[in-house]
Design a binder for this molecule. Structure first.
Ligand SMILES: Cc1cc2nc3c(=O)[nH]c(=O)nc-3n(C[C@H](O)[C@H](O)[C@H](O)COP(=O)(O)O)c2cc1C
Length: 363
């Protein structure tokens, strides 16, 4: 029976263990949303993870909704990411860039020309954005024209090319947590009447087209996708998540993706209050359709991760806050050392404090 410390490979991609660092927005990018040397230090400290999934990175200026999040659309950003990759690779780690567009979870403050944020449908989220004036309501978004949706697919392809140019081992399509792709998937936010709205097949079309575009750049085993089937984070929901995500898992599997990454329950919250979706069933559908690895996330402890991997229920376990606060999480789990406590006040923004100064276990 495998353990979370055993290596695993898909084709030519070899991971040294099955503990993945989950994507964590830290809002510390530099001028022009360029990854910094401090970010390289932070990720390199965590290079003993089997795979590091980076913080979400916007595929275009329009895709931004938070201060100081890194992008993957300019030459300077690619150069910054290249340094991150060189440093993590030199330390023996593997990297995966999370491709992101926030859609309606934004504010005119971030948008080119001060325009309204874009979304599948003009439905205002009950969410706030942090701007130069503090917290403000996310405004009413503008519904994308059909041709704009198609152009966005190309934007994702270009972003994947930039990720490849920057040296990422993999890319993850962020289809979770109420951002643009998830806004297309779920019917609370998608009320379109064109081929991108209505039936499950239509609502999943944008995701599938984005994934196929990314597959023009990376081979399938180096592309992952993250979903959060019942999470209501960012004011989102669906009337039938079991059917929707059953279809999505099957489609992504048939594209033979490297992994399907599932957030179980409410992101960062309750794992089992919402029983509408059978996550094990989704993982099986993905594999039966031809998908490669499955990755679980959300509130996993060492014991839960060990159980998921040793029973064959999942191949990889993504840890978010535990990796944030413990650069040497793999060694701590292996040797049974206690964990550092995370400091929520320094999760977003700032400098080294609460970022690169979490200690490794002494001794
Ligand atoms: C500070 C912080 C930033 C996060 N940023 C992202 C992100 O950029 N992309 C994403 O998909 N999830 C993000 N998440 C969610 C985490 O990846 C993960 O799903 C969540 O923390 C639950 O896993 P855990 O219990 O192991 O921490 C973030 C969570 C936290 C706490």
């Amino acid at each position: 029976m495998p353990t979370i410390f055993d290596p695993i490979s898909v084709d030519d991609l070899q991971l040294s263990n099955r503990m993945v660092m989950a994507p964590l927005t830290r809002s510390r990018a530099g001028e022009g949303n360029v990854p910094t040397d401090l970010m390289a230090t932070y990720y390199t400290q965590r290079a003993s993870a089997g795979l590091i999934i980076t913080e979400a990175s916007q595929v275009s200026p329009q895709g931004q909704g938070y201060i100081a999040t890194p992008g993957v659309h300019s030459a300077e950003q690619v150069a910054g990411w290249k340094k991150v990759n060189q440093s993590v690779h030199a330390a023996g780690g593997k990297t995966c860039l999370q491709l992101w567009h926030v859609g309606r979870i934004s504010h005119s403050f971030f948008q080119p020309g001060g325009a309204a944020p874009v979304a599948p449908s003009a439905i205002q989220p009950a969410m706030k954005a942090y701007t130069d004036k503090g917290f403000e309501d996310c405004p009413l978004p503008r519904a994308l024209e059909t041709a704009e949706v198609q152009a966005l697919v190309e934007t994702y392809r270009q972003a994947a090319q930039h990720a490849k140019d920057a040296g990422f081992d993999m890319v993850e399509v962020h289809a979770a947590n109420g951002y643009l792709i998830d806004q297309f998937l779920r019917d609370k936010t998608n009320q379109r009447t064109d081929t991108y709205g209505g039936s499950i097949e239509n609502r999943a079309r944008f995701l599938i087209e984005v994934v196929k575009a990314v597959l023009q750049v990376y081979p399938a085993h180096r592309v992952g996708c993250r979903i959060s089937p019942v999470s209501q984070f960012n004011d989102i929901d669906d009337s039938n998540p079991a059917a929707l995500f059953g279809y999505v898992a099957q489609q992504l599997g048939s594209l033979k993706l490297g992994y399907l990454h599932i957030i179980e329950g409410q992101t960062g919250g309750s794992r089992d209050a919402d029983q509408r979706v059978d996550f094990a069933g989704l993982r099986q559908s993905f594999k039966q359709a031809g998908g490669r690895l499955t990755m679980v996330n959300n509130g996993y402890t060492k014991e839960m991760g060990e159980s998921a991997v040793s029973t064959g229920s999942a191949d990889l376990v993504a840890y978010g806050v535990p990796f944030l606060a413990n650069p040497d999480l793999v060694a701590r789990f292996k040797h049974g050392h206690p964990l550092n406590a995370p400091d929520q006040a320094t999760f977003y923004g700032g400098g080294e404090k609460g970022y690169t100064d979490y200690p490794v276990h002494a001794g």
